[in-house]
Ligand binder design. Structure first.
Ligand code: SAM
Length: 204
């Protein structure tokens, strides 16, 4: 997976490649999916949701340009796989999920793997983290029609936010940097994500 699907494409950041090799993806999928854990595909994790494909996880992580002092907000905990990758590269990860069962399962796997620099929240992550604060990096792991305004507010000056943005079945993986309170956006590639359901996302 590392050589063919990541390094063989455009994942060049050695730290991203290192943590992708370290975190066991099979821990985040059911026993029926385990033999497919290192295929470069999304896989079902219950509640109609998916664990993202490894290449997309690596690509979004690389776009964030994380450093060890970054505080990161992740919207859409899902299986916790992306959370684990972020947590190994950042100071602290704040992750929010709308399905309690997924959040509980993700917490258990991350605890088992010894990942302890993560805060969890349940609810509509399009509204931002419940406490008023800012984050150095924000990653949205479900499709949004546009960057949710509360998340733009919670992104620190010179911060980076990455999300699949678009109205249809396919979206544009988009990276945004915040300068003087405004986002400067760049579309990176086409992608396909489940939709973010919430006030600044889509309706159920
Ligand atoms: N990155 C995750 C992983 O590695 O397993 C996959 C995330 S999955 C593609 C998208 C997740 O976003 C789902 O778990 C879904 O329930 C969650 N989600 C959708 N709308 C949400 C919202 N408004 N707030 C928080 N989470 C949401």
């Amino acid at each position: 997976m590392i050589e063919h699907d990541l390094r063989g494409r455009d994942i060049t950041d050695p730290e991203v490649l290192r943590v992708m090799a370290e975190i066991p993806r099979e821990e985040f999928v059911s026993s029926e999916q385990r033999e497919r854990a290192y295929f470069d595909h999304p896989l079902p994790i219950g509640a109609g949701q998916t664990i993202s494909q490894p290449y997309i996880v690596a690509s979004m992580t690389q776009l964030l340009r994380l450093t060890s002092d970054c505080e990161v907000l992740e919207v859409g905990t899902g299986s916790g796989y992306q959370t684990a990758i972020l947590a190994r590269l950042a100071k602290r990860v704040y992750t929010t999920e709308r399905f309690p069962d997924l959040s509980v399962a993700a917490r258990a796997v991350l605890r088992k793997l010894g990942v302890d620099n993560v805060e969890y929240d349940l609810g509509d992550g399009s509204l931002g983290w419940p406490a008023r604060r800012t984050f150095d990096r924000i990653i949205i792991t479900a499709a949004v029609p546009d960057f949710p305004p509360p998340l733009v507010t919670q992104l620190a000056e010179a911060g980076v936010m990455v999300a699949p943005v678009g109205q249809g079945d396919f979206q544009q993986l988009t990276v945004a940097e915040k300068y003087h309170g405004k986002l400067i956006e760049r579309q990176v590639s086409s992608c396909r994500f489940v939709k973010l359901i919430g006030e600044h996302g889509f309706r159920e």
